[in-house]
Design a protein around this ligand. Structure first.
Ligand SMILES: [Zn+2]
Length: 295
């Protein structure tokens, strides 16, 4: 085969690419509306990793807002009409309120419960107040590598369902994401090997799955999802002293006042954490580092 023939083929290929691009131009409407929704930022992170930014992802609950009582905006409701899939946690307060409505408004939207398959933690004895709608299920499934792996696979399944043509691409991206989750897991394990205490105190019990996976014990200030009563605070203070707890973790969505009271009473430190951060790997590692550093 001569060089000329090869050149001709290259030119043909080039023209063909142009033709494809041109035809895409006329159908951009469809491409433009490659939108998927995620309930919270960590789920948006997993979604972006799997789509490889082939899709525009929108998050329901913006940074700094609690997912228990969030109300979607009219703009979000409008965007949803153009979306292909909605990746839900399955147990968040606002989902309990709105998910059915979203579904009936958007019959063609594929809804994925990303927690499906996670061994759920049920708040035994006392219900978890702000998320007690779904039989007292602890919704924070994303706060552990084990949960993250399942969530990632569920999002992958959802993407393949709405866009089977890109299955191979999603598969490659899923594999990368799972490798990343594994390395975060190893790193967190390493950091937590020699921590001063395996018990920690947190304002809102967002780390139940994290605690289960790493053999830690979570004590929460929030009681039955409500602002703690003085009596409950007193009990917590006694417990913190008895357990020799040196720090209290608090999320930015919550009022630090009660955490400060307990910190003063027990001589412990208040540490800010952000389990709802977009940067899931960074947040997991920072969480472990904060636990390890707290003395
Ligand atoms: Zn929560």
């Amino acid at each position: 085969m001569g060089e000329r023939k090869l050149k001709m083929r290259k030119i043909l290929l080039f023209l063909l690419t142009l033709a494809v691009l041109a035809s895409c131009q006329t159908t951009t409407k469809k491409n433009k509306e490659k939108i998927v929704f995620a309930s919270i930022l960590p789920l948006q992170y997993f979604t972006d990793q799997i789509t490889g930014n082939l899709y525009i992802s929108e998050v329901m609950v913006p940074p700094g807002v609690g997912p228990e009582t969030y109300n979607p905006t009219p703009r979000q409701m409008g965007e949803m009409a153009k979306a292909g899939a909605f990746f839900a946690n399955g147990f968040l307060g606002f989902e309990e309120t709105y998910l059915e409505k979203f579904q009936s408004n958007n019959p063609n939207l594929v809804f994925i419960n990303t927690s499906a398959g996670v061994e759920l933690i049920h708040a035994a004895g006392h219900d978890h107040g702000d998320h007690d709608h779904e039989k007292g299920v602890d919704p924070h499934t994303w706060s552990s590598p084990e949960g993250a792996r399942i969530i990632a696979r569920n999002i992958y399944d959802g993407m393949v369902k709405i866009d089977p043509a890109n299955q191979a691409k999603f598969q490659t991206n899923l594999d990368h994401l799972l490798t990343r989750i594994d390395s975060v897991d190893r790193e967190v394990k390493k950091i937590l090997t020699n921590i001063p205490s395996r018990k920690f105190m947190v304002f809102h019990p967002a780390l139940g799955y994290f605690a289960r996976e790493y053999g830690l014990e979570q004590l929460s200030i929030e009681f039955e999802g409500k602002i703690p009563t003085p009596r409950h605070i007193q009990n917590i203070v006694l417990e913190a002293r008895a357990q020799n707890i040196k720090y209290i973790m608090i999320q930015k969505e919550f009022d630090a006042e009660n955490a400060d009271i307990i910190a003063n009473e027990t001589g412990s430190k208040v540490i800010q954490i952000d389990p709802l951060a977009y940067d899931w790997p960074g947040q997991m590692i920072s969480l472990a580092l904060k636990m390890a550093a707290a003395k």
